[in-house]
Design a protein around this ligand. Sequence first.
Ligand SMILES: Cc1cc2nc3c(=O)[nH]c(=O)nc-3n(C[C@H](O)[C@H](O)[C@H](O)COP(=O)(O)OP(=O)(O)OC[C@H]3O[C@@H](n4cnc5c(N)ncnc54)[C@H](O)[C@@H]3O)c2cc1C
Length: 492
Amino acid sequence: MQAKTHPEELINYLTDASNMPGGYAERVLFPQTAADVAAALLDASDAGVGVTIAGARTGTVGGAIPFGGVVISMERMNRIVSIDKAAMTATVEPGVILADLAKAVETEGLFYPPDPTEWSCQVGGTVATNASGARSFKYGATRDYVIGLTLALADGDFLDLSRDENISDESGQIELVTRGGRTITVRGSTYKRPDVRKNVSGYFNARPFDAIDLFIGSEGTLGVITEIRLKLLPKSESFFSGIVFFARHDDLLAFVDDAKALSFDCGVGLGASLIEYFDDRSLAFIHEQFPETPAGMAGAIFFEQETTAETEDGLFEAWNTLLEKHHADLDGSWFTTTEQDREKMRAFRHALPVAVNERVVRNGQKKIGTDMAVPDSTFAGFLKYQKQMLDASKIDYVIFGHIGDCHLHANLLPKDDDEAMRSRHLYGRFVAQAIMVGGTVSAEHGIGKLKSKYLYVMMGERYLNEMAEIKRALDPNWILGRGNLLAVDDLQ
Ligand SMILES: Cc1cc2nc3c(=O)[nH]c(=O)nc-3n(C[C@H](O)[C@H](O)[C@H](O)COP(=O)(O)OP(=O)(O)OC[C@H]3O[C@@H](n4cnc5c(N)ncnc54)[C@H](O)[C@@H]3O)c2cc1C
């Protein structure tokens, strides 16, 4: 197996999209097979050396950043093993790039819904973080599409899991039998999960729960994903998409409420697959790249609607009526039914987090972006609270994201260390407020290293200790993903 040890060769593997500083490692390994992964893990386990698993390093919470030990990069395990058109499933190695998978299934007339905005990530990375994104409004997160996983465990043994085949008992206890015949007993955490549409804070738990769900979203701490089986859907015939602008923020929020209610009411036809939000500052932030954006707007919504030849006209009409009702700027708004223009709209959406990440790097600061989701009933108040606090702070910021799921990203853009300190302080207040109104600290990006202290605030020591027990059962020498989710200082 190839290994790189020269400092210059390591640089790219010491960081991710979080811009978190200080990463270091002895070497990076490039397995090409599951057996290579198992061998690397066995060595590391014997030596007690930490292992950080690296996907494409597009994660925003430092999960793939090593602080010592070895990095296992999954980039060379990048084969699409098979696509079964009739069964609507795909089997892939973890290093397959999400965009490549999407293209490959599309040519078969199929569709893989998870869409975490950044298409250069690896499928394994999206499973490890249970990534979601805009389309989760209609289609759910990555978890909903994973039907099989193979994992290399810390001691080099393998675990083969298929959905619905290994369910815990009512108390949350489950027995996992490895390929080598070992039985590992795990008890799911008793933490009561918040009632939000999206949540990736901590190991998945429910009573009873499916073994496969424990590993989805476990952020490289319980095993290395070496193969993934995915459920696919039929590709939609056509789309109608819009980026619509509003002069008044209250109109925008009322439009979203109605669009959501109608989308959930399956009887009426209108049904958005995504509803995305941009505040006024977001529009200004990328105005240079998109000068056709109308001036003086309070915000914008990007929506998509799947259509067929039969439903198209009725759906245009339904959206138009809704937009008129809520006083959208119909002349300035953008609509399309073509794939080419749809790509431009997606580029508009993608441009924002990219521009934010570039600004963070240019300012020489760490990313300070929220990923909190709150219940529908507390969303409007939570957004208002954030905006008021941010305006009062005079620190640059933009807010955008998945408003359909009550999940926005408030990105603070401090210019110097003083603003960075005040931004972190504000972030802490947002965490407290989100928890207080029944929300979660991470809806989709994960906890990684950057947010482990907020997981502690959300869950408290008792539940973190329950999670630590799960980790100890699967990784007794604590070699995998050290510092992700569970900061050792927070444990008993
Ligand atoms: C511009 C931008 C926009 C984004 N928007 C969204 C969004 O809308 N929604 C969303 O959900 N996310 C979003 N993300 C972040 C998202 O988490 C990543 O894009 C993706 O899910 C991580 O994949 P990766 O291959 O880059 O993994 P990495 O960043 O390399 O790793 C992420 C974590 O997974 C672990 N891991 C990776 N591969 C494996 C494996 N094979 N086995 C076990 N563990 C593994 C790592 O150890 C790490 O803890 C965005 C990122 C960027 C840069």
